[in-house]
Design a protein around this ligand. Structure first.
Ligand code: PLP
Length: 436
């Protein structure tokens, strides 16, 4: 069998990790292309100014969000998650993986972000707001200095009602965009892949969102959505694979985390690096966050992407340099995983190329391990996340050998908990009692 011009044997010969990847055995890949951030910055078509503009845009919208979504009234419309130390979980990880010391471990609880209960409340909602602003400015119903609560007026809502927003999703992005866009008044369609959980579809429908279901995977749902939107000039298609706006919405997390760490007097410097473990699907979320973290902490932050063993698309795209030309299915890998947020077979080329010299590495996690970690986090810290969101948890254990030259023992290790806050109790009970 020839895959991308080479036999599988040749791939395995040329790429030492390939045999384990194809056998869906967990791997850790250290990125040989990593360079100082000052150099890697030139790979990416976005700048610190773009991120700070995104941050300012979110501030302009904050009063409106506080009015439309009661759950962000307390934070005056700023959508941000808590940073929580998880020492009991750290002790459990130290035991589970026989670590030589107990890591200083924190959980970034994007799982509990308001409005949509996942990391997608960053990028997804930001892009909806970006589009709404452009539209309102273009139709002269808004100026940049207005109080943005004007966007809840009948005039503005009438404008939004005449426009459509569409997106393809494995679930959480659809949830985020659907809730935000319908909240502003847009007619919204979410194209859902077969992996998407029923409750996510039900929830969207309860918000008046059109949900179209596909038999195929995420890539096919996106493609169908893109095609339908192309024939409709009033439809804005949110393109998870290539969107700079989504990416910028995620990147704002960097400056926010910097403030949170400073408030807790947690140093980030050469002696005390920050190691961040980010679950990765198509790449926009972890890529945008990693970019924001690099802007905030430079070379003192080390970012790692985590994927299911059955869907290691970003790792393989970076490792082979094939990026979006690669689909894990072509290598015989199933893309079937209970980590529905990470069930992506083809990585974003935009993110892969932007991150190629910026991230330290990638590793993979099998589903049964995700469930074990999910149950352990529940037992030790009484925190309930969805399977995808646990991919960051084994990070320290995965990198400890390949990154022995980093001062890992003095490092602050941060698991990005990407989702789970809105999982219905019954579904969560199923996760908590699952035996793989
Ligand atoms: C979407 C998602 C991710 C990964 O984000 P990508 O932008 O697809 O890489 C991780 N965890 C959860 C829970 C998600 O929903």
């Amino acid at each position: 069998m020839i895959v991308y011009g080479k036999s599988i044997d040749t791939w395995q010969h040329d790429y030492p990790l390939m045999s384990s990847l194809l056998a869906t055995v967990p791997v850790c890949w250290r990125n040989p292309e990593l360079v100082p951030f000052s150099e890697a910055l030139s790979d990416i078509s976005l700048t610190a100014t773009d991120v700070s503009e995104a941050s300012t845009r979110l501030q302009r919208f904050a009063p409106l969000l506080a009015e439309l979504f009661p759950e962000v009234a307390a934070t005056r419309g700023i959508i941000e998650s808590e940073l929580q130390e998880v020492p009991a979980f750290s002790a459990a990880l130290a035991e589970r993986y026989s670590l030589p010391w107990q890591p200083r471990l924190w959980l970034k609880k994007d799982s509990h972000l308001p409005i949509s209960g996942s990391v997608k409340a960053r990028g997804g909602i930001y892009e909806v707001l970006f589009h709404a602003e452009q539209l309102a400015l273009r139709h002269r119903v808004l100026s940049l200095t207005d109080d943005y609560r004007i966007l809840a007026s009948d005039t503005c809502r009438d404008l939004f009602r005449r426009h459509r927003i569409a997106v393809g999703s494995t679930g959480n992005l659809g949830l985020s965009i659907g809730i935000a866009a319908s909240g502003l008044g847009f007619e919204t369609t979410v194209h859902m892949s077969a992996d998407a959980r029923q409750w996510k579809k039900d929830k969207l429908r309860s918000h008046g969102v059109n949900v179209i279901e596909y038999e195929g995977d995420y890539g096919q749902a996106v493609e169908q959505g893109r095609q339908q939107a192309e024939h409709d000039e009033h439809c804005y298609f949110i393109d998870d694979e290539n969107s700079r706006n989504l990416f910028l919405g995620y990147a704002v997390a960097g400056e926010r985390l910097k403030v949170q760490l400073a408030e807790k007097n947690i140093p980030v410097d050469a002696e005390h690096p920050l190691c961040v473990y980010l679950p990765c699907g198509v790449g926009g979320g972890p890529g945008g966050i990693a970019f924001g973290l690099k802007l905030a902490f430079g070379d003192h932050v080390h970012c790692f992407f985590a994927e299911p063993t059955e869907a290691p698309c970003m790792l393989m795209g970076l490792y082979t340099g094939l990026h979006e030309a690669l689909s894990v299915a072509d290598f015989g890998i199933s893309n079937r995983t209970a980590a529905d947020g990470l069930a992506v077979g083809r990585p974003s080329g935009f993110v892969g190329r932007s991150m190629a010299r910026m991230i330290d590495g990638c590793y993979t996690v099998p589903d049964n391990e995700l469930f074990g970690l999910l149950q352990s986090l529940d037992a030790t810290e009484n925190l309930q996340l969805e399977p995808s969101a646990l991919a960051g948890a084994p990070g320290v254990a995965r990198i400890i050998e390949a990154f022995a030259d980093l001062p890992l023992q003095n490092a602050t290790h941060l698991i990005w908990g990407t989702g789970g806050g809105m999982v219905p109790a019954e579904e969560m009970q199923h996760y908590l009692t699952y035996r793989g």
